[in-house]
Design a binder for this molecule. Structure first.
Ligand code: AMP
Ligand code: TRP
Length: 325
């Protein structure tokens, strides 16, 4: 029996290269090794203001982009969180064993409360409890995520431990798996690449738009003139070269940037070309998938069906242990 892997992505906007390098690439890499469940977490996405008319399109979009990026539905289970009601049922139970103090420490909660001062709702606060329920409902053991989620996975271990101690051993303590690029910075070079900050390149961005975005992206800010030597170690775009460009190109840039033999524009052109080359197959596959809504519905329904069966079993076990039958 393969170990179970669980991960989730919010349908809260365009999937970007930060999601790809930080999480999706790792999901694809591990797909044969684990029994993989990938969840489009719509109940998490509604903790911030959104347009109900947009949500369905975003869910299909998240499914299509991830499949295009390599999540083969023949090899893994892809489903929508709200299609399996047990996620919120188990979250409620976990709410009763999660100290408020632990939730107050969550940096994502603190950041999001600052970003959305007009809507600091209880769902935003208990978000990591629902995330724990997502994973433990299927007894997920490994969770590939970006660095921003590590604190949430730590909390999920604490909740699993607490439940097991109080009611009896049921749950594993999930372990995060980080990629080689756990925190991609945005094009401003200052903040984490994020859907809500608009500082990203989408995974299905057009070649023109990739170039437009890269051409204004922040590089080594100490390099004011073309003749100034640059420092790749502190250049955000050099980091992106490491994931999109060829080994010889990266090695060369690492030298000629420091000697001012190459300017930022030329360097960005190389990155842009490589990014387009890398993302074009994903774009083409996405275009095909997004047109075929019936096939996406079918994939998501098949996924939900499998997950509902597993979820029901876990809830019977949980309720028995808790004396709720
Ligand atoms: P989200 O878009 O918040 O649903 O995130 C989906 C996955 O992408 C999670 O595993 C995140 O940790 C990861 N992720 C999001 N932004 C970044 C980033 N800038 N760098 C690396 N990983 C990221
Ligand atoms: N909170 C995660 C994010 O913002 C998404 C998520 C929800 C998730 N449930 C999960 C990730 C379970 C891993 C496992 O990126």
């Amino acid at each position: 029996m393969k170990k179970r892997l669980f991960s989730g992505i919010q349908p809260s906007g365009d999937v970007h290269i930060g999601n790809y390098l930080g999480a999706i690439k790792n999901w694809v890499r591990l797909i044969d090794q684990y029994d993989c469940l990938f969840c489009i977490v719509d109940y998490h996405a509604i903790t911030i203001e959104y347009d109900p008319k947009e949500m369905q399109r975003r869910i299909f979009n998240a499914a299509a982009v991830n499949i295009a990026a390599g999540l083969d539905p023949e090899k893994c289970t892809i489903f929508v969180q709200s299609h399996v009601p047990e996620h919120t049922e188990l979250a409620w139970i976990f709410n009763t064993i999660t100290p408020i103090g632990h939730l107050e420490r969550m940096t994502q909660f603190k950041d999001k409360s600052k970003q959305h001062r007009e809507n600091i709702n209880a769902g935003l606060f208990t978000y990591p409890v629902l995330q724990t329920a997502d994973i433990l409902l299927y007894k997920g053991e490994v969770v590939p995520v970006g660095e921003d989620q590590v604190q949430h996975i730590e909390l999920s271990r604490e909740i699993a431990r607490k439940f097991n101690m109080r009611y009896g051993e049921i749950f594993p303590e999930p372990q995060e798996i980080l990629s080689e690029a756990p925190r991609i910075m945005g094009l401003d070079g200052k903040t984490k690449m994020s859907k809500s900050l608009g500082n990203y390149i989408s995974l299905v961005e057009s070649p023109e738009s990739i170039w437009k975005k890269l051409s204004t992206a922040v590089t080594d800010e100490n390099r004011k003139r073309r003749t100034d030597p640059g420092n790749p170690d502190i250049c955000n775009l050099f980091t992106l070269h490491k994931y999109f460009s060829k080994k010889e190109q990266i090695e060369r840039i690492n030298v000629v940037c420091r000697t001012a033999e190459i300017g930022c524009i030329e360097c960005k052109k190389i990155l842009s070309e490589n990014m387009v080359e890398h993302l074009t197959p994903i774009c083409l596959k996405y275009e095909r998938l997004i047109k075929n809504t019936d096939s996406l519905v079918n994939i998501l329904q098949t996924g939900a069906k499998r997950c509902r069966r597993m979820a029901e079993e876990t809830m019977i076990e949980v309720k028995k242990k808790m004396g709720l039958v």
